[in-house]
Design a protein around this ligand. Structure first.
Ligand SMILES: [Fe+2]
Length: 266
């Protein structure tokens, strides 16, 4: 119903011009430096490629999704984090996108958590596609990456709508050594900060898609107090990407993006 009202219906009325205008919009590469004394010194300078919310489907054809992945690849990140909503309504034919994310060939791998739109379709199918392609899927799970004799502890939680449910997942999945948390919903950050997790990466909000210029947090994502960019609470940091895709064909003062975060331990 939402798709028909805000997306396919208006596009039909515009005789396809609405989608074409949307596809003509640029995708930015955003560079952000993130500094926290909680970040492990052994991984000082680590570059994280963060990509989220493709919504592969009517508003994100495969070639546009692959070009966003190529933008990230050309930045040569050390690790890739995808924070969900890879597909929108239908996972059929999504395999090349997971393969492209794995083929970025970041030395520390490509990590993925699922978003609410992934779970709306078929979480099991999407999980199989990701694993088959060589993407590390964190479904309320964690992993330890051994790199040059040091360990990076990464955790990821499945979609949860409320802050309370996110907090319960963080408590269950993370431990006191977790360095990096992937959560589609930025509402996990309060719990992450309580656990002194240095960095949480999220998507989901799309930055509201319609934003007021030069006024941070003034956008359509009114259900989220942290909806776009970098946030801190004490020494914990949260980065919320506005994502590469969309759930309606309009972005104002909120261009689509892929992000490169450089981590500093001070
Ligand atoms: Fe999304």
């Amino acid at each position: 119903m939402r798709h028909m009202l805000f997306t396919s219906g208006p596009n039909k009325i515009s005789r396809g011009r609405l989608f074409q205008k949307h596809f003509d919009q640029r995708i930015d590469v955003k560079h952000v430096e993130v500094t926290t004394p909680l970040w492990p010194k052994e991984f000082d300078g680590l570059r994280v490629g963060h990509i989220s919310d493709f919504h592969l489907g009517d508003l994100m054809p495969m070639d546009r999704a692959l070009s966003a992945v190529q933008m990230l690849k050309s930045e040569e990140p050390d690790i890739v984090a995808c924070t969900g909503d890879v597909v929108d309504l239908n996972a059929l034919g999504a395999e090349p996108l997971f393969e492209a994310m794995a083929n970025i060939d970041a030395p520390l791998g490509t990590m993925l958590v699922l978003g609410n739109h992934d779970e709306l379709d078929c979480a099991a199918t999407i999980s199989d596609m990701a694993l088959e392609a060589g993407v590390s899927l964190l479904r309320d799970g964690r992993c330890t990456i051994n790199h040059n004799g040091s360990k990076l502890h990464v955790a990821g939680i499945d979609w949860a709508k409320s802050q309370k449910k996110c907090s319960a997942k963080v408590a269950r999945v993370c431990h006191d050594k977790t360095h990096l948390l992937l959560s589609h919903n930025p509402k996990a950050f309060s719990a992450a900060a309580n656990h002194n997790i240095p960095l949480t990466l999220s998507g989901h909000t799309h930055g509201g898609q319609l934003a007021v210029r030069d006024k941070p947090n003034t956008n359509l994502a009114v259900a989220h107090k942290r909806s776009s960019g970098l946030y801190d609470r004490e020494d914990s940091r949260l980065f919320v990407t506005v994502g590469v895709g969309a759930w309606f064909p309009l972005r104002i003062n909120c261009p689509a993006e892929v992000a490169i975060l450089t981590l500093r331990s001070k």
